[in-house]
Write a protein that binds this ligand. Sequence first.
Ligand code: TGC
Ligand code: FAD
Length: 388
Amino acid sequence: MTGTAPLDLLGTDHLLSAEERDVAATVREFVQRRVKPFIADWYERGEIDLGLVKEAGDLGLLGMHLEGYGCAGTNAVSYGLACMELEAGDSGVRSLVSVQGSLAMFAIWKFGSEEQKQTWLPGMAAGDLIGCFGLTEPDFGSNPAGMRTRAKVDGDEWVLDGTKMWITNGSVAQVAVVWAQTDDGIRGFVVPTETPGFSAPKIGRKLSLRASVTSELVLEGVRLPRDAVLPHVSGLKGPLSCLNEARFGIVFGALGAARDCLETAIDYASTREIFNRPLSAFQLTQAKLADMALELQKGFLLALHLGRLKDDHRLEPRQISLGKLNNVREALTIARECRTILGANGITLEYPVLRHANNLESVLTYEGTSEVHQLVIGQALTGESAFS
Ligand code: TGC
Ligand code: FAD
């Protein structure tokens, strides 16, 4: 069972290779065993079992679409399917894997020196080291070009000052990829989090993505050697290239949350008796279920198409924007609709639907808000940038 199965009315499973189906089945089993029995408690307590990181490393999920340095080197579709299965557990678990592999590891893998790669990537792939990715600042989220974090050369060293905000895994990371303004434009820095002047207070009181660590990064006179800079990129295209990778994972991932909601709603509707009949026998319920199954399957075809383009090295950022905008928006609509089918039971942690819906509010915002992706698509259609 892969893709949107068992809701796979279109038979999309046959569009996947045996290897892709194996990856999805392995991750689905992992989520069934290591996430689903515990996630309600983690969510309620606002924490996540960090033992998952090592286990995800053992399964080859960290940086799984990267080649070399202990990474599994799968194709993009397999990575997408893994994200889908992880997010069927919880968006926080998928986030942990995306930030590690697609943001922190990808930045080092793509733009790092050979020494940086050898130092960090094998440990990160194995799950022995956790990475985070610091782009957003308190006053610059959608517009990272305005960032105020600054790196200056002082003798043989860089000195970093600034604040990053909403950084996944910040407080639990051993290494942070931090983007900062320099005299040569925006550059990326590999920052061991034990460096004096670096701190990462946890952000609390979240109502979404509770099973995920979210932090502020504070850099006060953080001194790094000159070779801490990522040598092979300068400018905003550095971090934005990393975002392409993570956004691609979300195109698949959000569908996992939606699938889990829809499976739950169908199961609930078939056992819940209303007016002396199963809720699933009412036409209004069936219309809701049919519309949701349709959107889920359309979303999967879109994701798979983008995955095949990516494996063919033809995927463009504006196409990723189409996928992220559609699939997260539809997943959130499905989660909310499923919540109505569960009635009052739907508001509890006994069922996953409101947890998924709340998580998807974050997914709608991070990795480019819906509005940012609409504007990227608008620019592709009109040739006019609405950003500047
Ligand atoms: P603009 O002037 O258009 O471009 C600046 C330079 O960047 C290049 N570029 C890209 N390169 C690679 N991939 C892309 N998607 C790119 N988009 C643009 C562009 O070619 C140019 O290069 P060059 O060589 O000419 O200098 O940039 P802009 O300032 O107008 O901004 C465009 C905009 C708004 C789309 C961009 O800033 C944006 O995407 N903003 C959203 C920020 C965002 O998504 N932040 C996410 C932070 S990380 C996160 O949320 C992690 S969540 C945890 C999890 O994933 O689980
Ligand atoms: P703003 O940019 O202030 O946007 C506010 C509103 O204005 C939004 O609706 C937005 O769409 C809209 N808007 C913005 N520009 C325009 C425009 N031109 N026209 C019309 N409307 C516009 N960041 C990281 O760097 N690393 C991480 O690991 C990370 N993890 C995150 C984890 C969580 C749980 C969350 C919630 C966020 C995380 N982020 C991370 C930050 C995330 O990327 C930002 O929240 C996001 O980019 C939006 O920035 P903002 O919150 O400052 O909103």
